[in-house]
Design a protein around this ligand. Structure first.
Ligand code: ADP
Ligand code: ADP
Ligand code: ZN
Ligand code: ZN
Length: 752
């Protein structure tokens, strides 16, 4: 009996956020998937209860002294959690790390590659560390291993169509009538009336890059000896070669717009010293190999015929194959991690753990299917199973039916969102789930019909000959006045086409993404959408006082907690505790403010209302319109005063959508708007897109979700594969045409 209990993580009486005192058990060394509508409480169980408790337990292993330096984790609101092992969260937070962190370094593949070169590189230059651009002896001395240099942005710095007198120089020190400009114009050798475009090559060279020389000039009626130097040369020496950060803020602001990054002239971006780059394996140096797509690198590794290198090659190939298995075969090892998308970052982290030797770990995944084309979901599934089979417990929050299918155990949270959720609706196997009457089961059994009556476009926006990243001279038209879905496997070039090319040409387009909104801890849905301003005015008019009184950011704020509603008690050697403010009892306002009411409710009561409740309370037109927008995007359940920092990415995205819904004639770009959405909510987001289009807007969506693709007016499918094997438009047309298309991988999945 005792033994059997240890096979489960047992959670009793969990009450974080909206959880209604729930108890459940999660089988160890199995895959458990949490499903349920957005806002039902999945994260509250998995992250705010399980992961939080694990982090807290881990901290308790340290001495009180050390603990003072660690982040502090309050105990989750739960009666007990038993048999928890160390939890590792594999989420979509972008991998930071600056330019010294690359795919190769983060996956620990680069150290192996360096080891390989130190053993069999021809000629052999020495120890493995010499092959690292993070090592002082290996790095290119001219760019310190960055592979890039800061250079003057010539397009901004000079205007070739003007003469010196007309102000051809745009650089801060050379604006007309400045000291340097006057010197330049008066120093003699240059024709000040001639357009720079008409200068002879050597003349221009002297003006821009001429070496410093002393000469006498007439200035203000006096003769002066000065040093004249090419202006780009001078700017480079004066600002770029010095540490800008040590200069005044004013100087930095004036100068930075003229500086851009360019490749390093010495190493051409290879980051390594010339000496290091001489060493080769199979004709390639280590920078060549790092710049190869992983798929190609595997082929080369497998062709190596060396006994000494065999063990290294074996583990290199094993790790590289993990990258391919997870659908990242199109990346290169030298790719900087901060340029990876959220989904890619998550998959890279996964590879790191797969290659590691930790066992009995609880791995927690947050929607790992994000950014993955249906084709690649199978690969993801295999990796999750591999982690489990190594003896780990795998917990996944996921909406994708193809992932849910592989669960050993499923927990469905619901029935709805917010206060209408927070209970366990179902626990059991996949087969049992399908027989249950949960919303999840209902939606898994029904599928969308392909849209047949598509809208006619009102115009076309043309992208011509795009070549950024992997795009292969792409020319494509994006119809306006309709719903366009851009799809294709990961790495095929969707984001490059839309974010890097289309949005550059159409900066007026409105991008709605999932990034967090509201930097301030004081922002909430009411302040973000502007409802709060209207509510304050209404309170002020009814009570004949100033509207400022009803703001917890200013006059109305409780003085004890400055309007935060909580106070932080910092007890030495103990976890920092967040306590509700005892003066305002968490209501954030001064007592006096709360005596003013509207139909019996104080301003604090209003902030506690959900959107749904507020809709039946208010009658003021503007307030109702804004509340209705929130309701229309499925946020009925959120409280007007809930801090934006506590909303999920999907909820943030929908709040942004809600505050845009009344616009017309705009172009909207959305990137995977179904992220974080349960199948039952996807229909809602499609409705919103349709509303935007019907109101006269153009909507462009990057999406893999087949339900969204099936409802498009126009589909652009990128492919055929990722990286250098992608970058082409493989299909353009309607959903019905796509399902019949021969060459489209997406079409095959749509047909199913
Ligand atoms: P899910 O993961 O199923 O989408 P969550 O567990 O994130 O749902 O959220 C459950 C409910 O709790 C939602 O109404 C959400 O807005 C609310 N919530 C989440 N975090 C907080 C928080 N820190 N403070 C207040 N409410 C929160
Ligand atoms: P998708 O959006 O279809 O997943 P992307 O447009 O992100 O594809 O990527 C297309 C190709 O461009 C891939 O080979 C990817 O590695 C490359 N790429 C994307 N962003 C960058 C970047 N910042 N630097 C270098 N290569 C990039
Ligand atoms: Zn260099
Ligand atoms: Zn207070």
């Amino acid at each position: 009996m005792h033994n059997d209990e240890q096979k489960y993580i047992q959670i009793s009486g969990a009450r974080e956020n909206n959880l209604k005192n729930v108890s459940l058990r999660i089988p160890k060394q199995k895959i458990t998937i949490f499903t349920g509508v957005s806002g039902s409480g999945k994260s509250s169980i998995v992250f705010d209860t399980i992961a939080a408790e694990s982090a807290r337990l881990l901290n308790e292993n340290f001495s009180m002294f050390v603990r003072n330096f660690l982040p502090r984790y309050p105990k989750p609101d739960t009666d007990a959690i038993e048999n928890l092992s160390m939890a590792v969260i594999v989420d979509q937070k972008r991998l930071g790390g600056g330019s010294h962190s690359t795919m190769g370094t983060i996956t620990d593949i680069s150290p192996l590659l360096r080891l390989l070169f130190s053993r069999i590189g021809e000629p052999n230059i020495g120890k493995a560390h010499l092959f690292s651009f993070n090592d002082p002896h290996g790095m290119c001395p001219d760019c310190s291993g960055l592979g890039r240099q800061m250079i003057v942005d010539m397009d901004k710095a000079i205007d070739m169509s003007k003469s010196l007198l007309e102000g051809a120089m745009q650089l801060p020190d050379y604006t007309v009538d400045s000291f340097d400009w006057t010197m330049l114009v008066q120093s003699g050798p240059f024709d000040t009336n001639k357009k720079l475009a008409d200068y002879a090559t050597d003349e221009l060279e002297q003006l821009l890059y001429g070496k410093a020389k002393k000469m006498a000039v007439q200035f203000g009626g006096k003769s002066m000896n000065i040093t004249v130097e090419g202006c780009i040369e001078k700017f480079t020496n004066k600002y770029i070669k010095r540490d800008l950060k040590t200069m005044s803020e004013r100087t930095q602001r004036a100068v930075t717009p003229f500086i851009i990054e360019g490749g390093c002239n010495s190493c051409n971006g290879a980051r390594l010293s010339q000496h290091t780059l001489q060493s080769k394996v199979n004709g390639y140096n280590i920078a060549d190999m790092s710049a190869m797509e992983v798929g190609k690198l595997i082929t080369i590794m497998e062709s190596l015929d060396s006994e000494i290198a065999k063990p290294i090659v074996t583990s290199l190939v094993e790790r590289l194959k993990h990258l391919v298995e997870i659908g990242l075969g199109y990346l290169t090892l030298d790719r900087e991690t901060d340029t990876l998308s959220g989904g890619e970052s998550q998959r890279v982290k996964m590879v790191k753990h797969l290659s590691g030797s930790l066992v009995d770990v609880t791995y927690i995944f947050d929607e790992p299917s994000i950014g993955l084309h249906p084709r690649d979901v199978n690969r993801l599934n295999k990796l999750l199973q591999k982690l489990r089979d190594k003896g780990n417990t795998v917990i996944v929050v996921e909406h994708d039916p193809d992932v849910i299918q592989i669960a050993d155990h499923i927990v469905d949270v619901g029935p709805h969102a917010g206060t209408n959720g927070g209970t366990i609706m179902f626990e059991g196997s996949y087969e049992q789930l399908l027989l249950s009457d949960t919303l999840t089961a209902k939606f898994m059994k029904q599928s969308m019909q392909l849209k047949e009556q598509v809208r006619e476009p009102i115009g076309q926006l043309v992208i011509a000959n795009a070549t950024k990243h992997n795009l292969q001279d792409v020319t494509v038209s994006i119809p306006t006045g309709v719903l366009t879905v851009v799809t294709g496997v990961a790495g095929s070039g969707k984001s490059t086409l839309i974010h890097d090319v289309f949005l550059q040409q159409h900066p007026e387009a409105i991008t709605i993404d999932q990034s967090a909104i509201g930097v301030s801890t004081r922002s909430n849905p009411a302040t973000y959408t502007g409802i709060m301003d209207d509510v304050r005015k209404t309170f002020a008019t009814m009570n004949k006082v100033s509207p400022g009184l009803f703001s917890f950011n200013s006059k109305g704020a409780c003085e004890n907690c400055q309007g935060l509603g909580v106070v932080y008690a910092d007890v030495a050697f103990l976890d920092q505790v967040k306590l509700p403010c005892e003066i305002c009892e968490g209501k954030r306002f001064k007592e006096e403010v709360l005596t003013y009411t509207l139909h019996g409710k104080s301003i604090a009561d209003v902030l506690e209302m959900t959107v749904e409740v507020a809709l039946s309370f208010f009658t003021q037109k503007e307030i109702v319109r804004k509340l209705q927008s929130l309701s229309d995007v499925g946020l009925n359940y959120i409280k007007l005063g809930q801090p934006l920092s506590t909303l999920s990415g999907g909820e943030c995205q929908r709040i942004k959508l809600a505050s845009e819904l009344h616009k017309q004639g705009s172009i909207y770009v959305m990137d995977e708007p179904t992220t974080g959405l349960h199948m039952s909510d996807v229909g809602l987001i499609i409705q919103i897109m349709n509303r935007l289009v019907d109101a006269g807007n153009s909507v462009i969506v990057i999406e893999h979700h087949l339900d969204v693709i099936s409802q498009a007016d126009w589909i652009i499918d990128m492919g055929p594969d990722g990286g250098s094997k992608g970058g082409q438009v493989v299909f353009e047309g309607t959903p019905v045409q796509m399902a019949k298309a021969e060459h489209s991988i997406t079409g095959k999945h749509l047909e199913k």
